[in-house]
Design a binder for this molecule. Sequence first.
Ligand code: ATR
Length: 269
Amino acid sequence: TDRYCVFGNPISHSKSPVIHAAFAEQTGDDIEYAAIAAPLDDFAGAWRGFTAEGGRGANVTVPFKEEAFRLCDVLSQRARRAGAVNTLVLGKNGLTYGDTTDGIGLVRDLERHGMALAEARILILGAGGAVRGVLEPLLAAGPASLMIANRTASKAEALAADFGDMGTTRGGGFDAVAGPFDLVINGTSASLAGDLPPLPDDLFAAGATAYDMMYGAEPTVFLRWADERGACTVDGLGMLVEQAAESFFQWRGRRPDTGPVLEALRQSL
Ligand code: ATR
């Protein structure tokens, strides 16, 4: 039995153990996957302790993604650009490899919904870690343009400049947003508080998709607002399953079928 886990704090709410158990059942991999609350002041110690006891890899969630980034010996290109790591792999040579699968998870989920990202006009709301973490794969998909809008405009401007080498990026405050867009992604944590960023009514192009990186049993305020304005709405549950599948692939070299796992997870919300 190979051992994996997800580190976070708090961690009891995590759906990762259920998802990875379902993947392993599907592929026949003999793995154990636990949820571990790492101490806030010693994430590196928690990872070292886990590997000393035979741990082969881990997922990393709030608030340790930046710390995980700092402890890696080798980083993937997309992890380097994200400044964060959600997947740790212990190499046979003892080195720790870091990757971030959130962005590719988002892209795969969008593609599964039939979204054509190449040449799309994309707006992304928010400029925190969650948004930075997905920009590399999103821009690699070749959109026509990507605007980043944030409550604190300067953070969006800085992020857009950081990724300007990868495409036509622009940053600003919500007041600078002018549509239409083919895809609007909510990457703010505003949904958690039931808040809606102030956005113009004519945001969406015909046939546009609204995507919230958050999910829940009920649609978020942002998705309700978008639905009322004619957009197709998608929440972040599929992104969660797709990022997990990519982590599983990094560890096991096999790609699980995400569809049935997502369906079961949806039923359980
Ligand atoms: P995360 O890891 O989820 O990205 P974060 O780095 O703290 O967390 O970023 C939170 C994001 O949500 C930021 O873009 C934040 O806007 P500011 O940069 O202006 O703080 C945004 N956010 C949080 N609460 C919000 C609200 N009520 N309305 C609009 N944006 C909000």
